[in-house]
Design a protein around this ligand. Structure first.
Ligand SMILES: Cc1ncc(COP(=O)(O)O)c(C=O)c1O
Length: 423
């Protein structure tokens, strides 16, 4: 439960030197991981000061990933809703289709700098796994991706490409077989292979310094939004909306605006089939303080403190925990938490496709759903920016099934029934 509205003068000043955002965050790991996290922190602080590091990263952002991504005014959608102007920051146009490439490029450069030869990563929707496998191919790292068995099944297109890129995808068969379990498997691998392995974490979660590293690499998104909206509208946005799995795309777009008090920041979680135990992944609707996977934050837990089953149509939001900085910002009243159900996200996805010709990832569709609810309540001179964290290519199987698309089902059957085409 939310307890306090804190008076804060500089939201960008955290974490403290021990990696805490208020009471959240920190480093709660087995002792043998401490040297690895300290080595990482030292390498990151050094890289952060090095202009050559920033130059290499910015070159990759521009020439490899395609930054800056467009900030696009959705004139048709805004007209249809008869309210605020809706802009989308189209991170889906990045190389590999989502914002995840931002922190993967940064961390790959860091791993190279640290002399590591092997990368491990966890993934839910597969976008982080895909981006990790991509940078591993580019920089010549050996690569292992941990992915829950359930996610392997529902995100097959990404698994296919990760394997083509040369990564080994290891299905995780314990627990719920989703993202939380993949994180645990990756941590176990890291403990065993810490010397030559870089753990390329996929969201603003985990033990210090990961939430800060991921946030910093992602904050390019918010910096671009400020500049682009200044050019297009000559001012700041009134609302910024982002979906929240672990918190990387949300922190990426929010961070630049944390001290701009007039800019409302809304994080949208997965309401799944509704806010009942085990049916959703909305940590701020019933999550409790806990220490899991090396950091303190909100987690969906049962009465005994065990991690609860979660559900979301989008694999990338189907996660029992949330990043420590978002937790802190929510408790201090700076970020407002909302949620969209599976049904609302699927509806929003279709609305955006039909009005603007943009196919968002299912994760991002949750943020679009919130914009669709909010815009009609606002005056037409107000501006909403939605972080479109990814594009929907990877979700074609889930969406076609959810929409009961008969032609797609026939297409799949025809592929299975004619195995000679596969040889
Ligand atoms: C397209 C997309 N958006 C959002 C997310 C959620 O992660 P985060 O909250 O770290 O941005 C994911 C995670 O896989 C994703 O693939």
């Amino acid at each position: 439960m939310k307890s306090i509205a804190v008076q804060v003068t500089n939201y960008q000043a955290l974490p403290d030197e021990r990696g805490h955002f208020g009471i959240y965050g920190g480093r709660y790991v087995p002792e043998m991981l401490f040297p690895a996290l300290e080595e990482l922190e030292a390498a990151y602080l050094e890289a952060k000061k090095d202009p050559a590091f920033h130059k290499e990263l910015n070159d990759l952002y521009t020439h490899y990933s395609g930054r800056p991504t467009p900030l696009y005014f959705c004139s048709n959608l805004s007209r249809q809703l008869q309210g605020a102007k809706i802009y989308v920051k189209n991170e889906g146009l990045n190389h590999t289709g989502a914002h995840k490439i931002n922190h993967c490029l940064g961390q790959a450069l860091l791993a190279k700098r640290m002399g590591k030869r092997r990368i491990i990563a966890e993934t839910g929707a597969g976008q982080h796994g895909l981006a990790s496998a991509t940078v591993a191919a580019k920089f010549g790292f050996q690569c292992v991706i941990y992915m829950g068995e359930v996610d392997v099944a529902r995100q097959r297109p990404n698994v296919f490409w990760m394997e083509r890129l040369g990564a080994e995808v290891r299905p995780v068969t314990f627990g719920n077989k989703t993202l939380t379990d993949a994180v645990n498997a990756a941590l176990k691998d890291w403990i065993e292979n810490v010397r030559d392995t870089y753990y390329l974490l996929g969201s603003a979660v985990g033990p210090h310094p990961y939430p800060t590293i991921v946030r910093d690499f992602q904050s390019v998104v918010g910096r671009e939004v400020r500049k682009q909206l200044q050019e297009q509208e000559g001012r700041l946005p009134d609302y910024i909306i982002a979906c929240v799995g672990g918190g990387s795309n949300a922190m990426g777009i929010f961070y630049e605006f944390l001290n701009e008090e007039k800019v409302h920041l809304i994080g949208v979680e997965a309401g799944g089939r509704g806010i009942r135990p085990g049916e959703h992944a909305a940590r701020f609707q019933g999550g409790r303080l806990g220490v899991v996977e090396g950091f303190k934050s909100f987690f969906l837990q049962d009465e005994d403190g065990q991690i609860m089953k979660t559900h979301s149509v989008s694999a990338g939001l189907d996660y029992a925990g949330v990043g420590p900085e978002i937790s802190y910002l929510w408790e201090s009243g700076r970020v407002q938490a909302s949620y969209a159900t599976d049904e609302e996200a699927l509806e929003a996805l279709q609305v955006l496709i039909r009005t603007e010709g943009i196919i968002p990832a299912l994760e991002s569709a949750h943020a679009v759903a919130e914009a669709i609810k909010l815009a009609p309540k606002l005056d037409r001179d107000k501006i909403i920016v939605v972080n479109l964290s990814g594009r929907g290519d990877k979700d074609i199987f889930i969406i076609a099934e959810a929409l009961k698309d008969i032609k797609w089902q026939e297409f799949l059957k025809s592929k299975v029934n004619h195995p000679e085409h596969v040889t």
